[in-house]
Design a protein around this ligand. Structure first.
Ligand SMILES: [Mn+2]
Length: 293
């Protein structure tokens, strides 16, 4: 059993990250296997270098990782899971505690976003996702993975969507009719990462951000392990450069990586997933350190 993210001991760098595995896939609509996502990510993390030569920074100098017990998935549906997750989060402070939540399907993000929004009413959610996830409800539940961003919008939060290229007409119109609340950078018309980061920073204003990273936002050529693959997704280099250019910038309160459905005999997806997570943490926390040095 792989229990420590990156195989790092608990006490390393100055910034504590709570790693929370939530192997829930109750409302997945097509391909399955996201319940195996957290374990695959943890396992893959054991063979990933903690040093990043592009950023000239080592994650073990910046962050400590403390992994929580695997969240027991509820068979009673996502609303029950959310209550169980709320119960765990009661022991933490949204103004202080940084969670890296490993899904599981995308519905696992909502309790975290509500948790952070309670302390930060000016929070913006950055969503990496092939799908808009803006359905009012899906498969009989308002808490399904297909409507996560509808629930986020109802909290009054601004959202930024990157890699989003699949939606029905109704969702397309919701996006077009709410330019103040929803910024979408279409993958077929994507600016360079530096220009995109400038646009996102000015949309966000002064509030902090939470990142919800659905694996299928990446191109399926580098992220084959997803239940709902869509061509034309983000490249690893684009999204990595985006984060590098976003900071110094808004505070980052927490993040999740979800919808990874590992494939038998192919570790590309979970390895890419871990690299994407580390790139975010390094890009952000190295600037926090510089600012406070
Ligand atoms: Mn999603």
């Amino acid at each position: 059993m792989y229990t420590a993210f990156l195989d790092l001991e608990e006490i390393q760098g100055p910034h504590l990250v709570h790693v929370w595995p939530v192997p829930y896939q109750g409302t997945v609509s097509f391909g399955s296997g996201t319940k195996n996502g957290p374990e695959a990510l943890l396992r893959a993390s054991y063979q990933i270098e903690t040093f990043d030569p592009q950023l000239n920074a080592d994650i073990s100098d910046l962050c400590s990782f403390k992994t929580l017990p695997f969240q027991r998935p509820s068979a009673a549906g996502p609303d029950r899971l959310h209550l169980d997750m709320d119960e765990v989060l009661k022991g933490y402070d949204p103004a202080e505690d940084f969670f890296l939540t490993l899904g599981g399907e995308h519905s696992i993000a909502l309790p975290l976003i509500r948790f952070y929004a309670a302390a930060h009413p000016d929070l913006t959610v950055i969503q990496i996702d092939a799908h808009a996830d803006l359905r009012p409800e899906y498969q009989g539940s308002p808490f399904s993975h297909g409507c996560i961003m509808s629930r986020v919008s109802e909290l009054g939060l601004k959202t930024v969507s990157l890699g989003t290229r699949s939606m029905d007409r109704e969702q397309f119109e919701i996006i077009n009719n709410n330019p103040e609340q929803i910024l979408i950078l279409h993958p077929w018309d994507l600016p360079g990462p530096a220009a995109a980061a400038r646009e996102v920073r000015s949309f966000i204003g002064s509030g902090p951000v939470y990142i919800t990273f659905d694996a299928d936002g990446l191109d399926p050529s580098i992220m084959p392990g997803t239940g709902t693959p869509e061509p034309g997704g983000l490249s690893y280099n684009w999204i990595s450069e985006f984060w590098r250019n976003l900071w110094p910038g808004p505070g980052l309160v927490g993040m999740d990586f979800c919808e990874l459905a590992p494939q038998a005999g192919n570790v590309v997806s979970e390895s890419v997933g871990v690299k994407c997570i580390i790139k975010i943490l390094l890009s952000y926390f190295r600037t926090v350190n510089n600012l406070t040095a």
